[in-house]
Design a binder for this molecule. Structure first.
Ligand SMILES: Cc1ncc(CO)c(N)n1
Length: 218
């Protein structure tokens, strides 16, 4: 035995792709104070579509959860997404006068990410969905903590980063990590390797999704 937890193994095996994502230019542009307004607008439209999808993903996880404690927690996550996060998009799109139809929601990188995540939740087991959302949330928490220390002039952008660097989101990401580590003992090596591959696939989809915020494929 190495004494390594499953979440540690997953993060170790996917370190390169995880680092590439948390250093994506979308994050370094915010950190450097030079994210273009048009990129932020396009991101908001794409991201709003993903957060809506995430409600469905967590609903599917709720349906597949084994205990009432897990169901209660996951219902709380859905509540947060539907009432805090979606409310943020409603306010922000109105404040920035963004017309979603002026952006290409059919961008294959956005569709691949949303459909790919939903597919894991629909076809996969409970833990597959937990790992997919751990990949998404641990990654957002990691870069947001770093970037929140920088001066962010735009109050709506600052709020979005602060939301993902804050305690509520950190607890959500930590809960997902704990679910993975509690399931560790019940999985053989092949099962663990399969979950690690899910984490890596999600990071690759995330990189393409954030590339899409910069516009057309050239
Ligand atoms: C694209 C994307 N990935 C991950 C997260 C974190 O849940 C998010 N809000 N959006």
């Amino acid at each position: 035995m190495t004494g390594e937890t499953l979440s540690e193994r997953i993060l170790r095996e996917n370190e390169a792709v995880f680092e590439a994502m948390v250093r994506h230019r979308f994050t370094t542009d915010i950190e450097g104070g030079h994210l273009a307004g048009e990129v932020f607008d396009r991101y908001l439209v794409y991201e709003g579509a993903f957060v809506d999808t995430a409600i469905s993903i967590f609903a599917l996880a709720t349906a597949k959860a084994g205990t009432i404690e897990q169901k209660r927690w996951l219902i709380g996550v859905q509540d947060d997404l539907a009432n805090q996060q979606i409310a943020y998009f409603e306010r922000t799109l109105a404040a920035r006068v963004i017309d979603p139809s002026s952006f290409n929601l059919g961008d294959p990188r956005v569709k691949a990410f949303c459909a790919g995540m939903l597919d894991i939740a629909e076809k996969g087991a409970f833990l597959d969905t937990i790992v997919a959302m751990f990949a998404a949330e641990w990654m957002y928490w990691t870069w947001s903590k770093r970037v929140a220390a920088a001066a962010i002039a735009d109050p709506l952008l600052k709020e979005w980063v602060a939301m993902h660097a804050g305690d509520t989101f950190a607890r959500q990401a930590g809960w997902l990590r704990q679910q993975i580590d509690e399931a560790d003992a019940s999985l053989d090596d092949a099962g663990q390797a399969r979950l690690s591959a899910v984490f890596g696939r999600v990071q690759a989809l995330e990189i393409a999704f954030h590339d899409a915020a910069y516009g057309n494929i050239v």
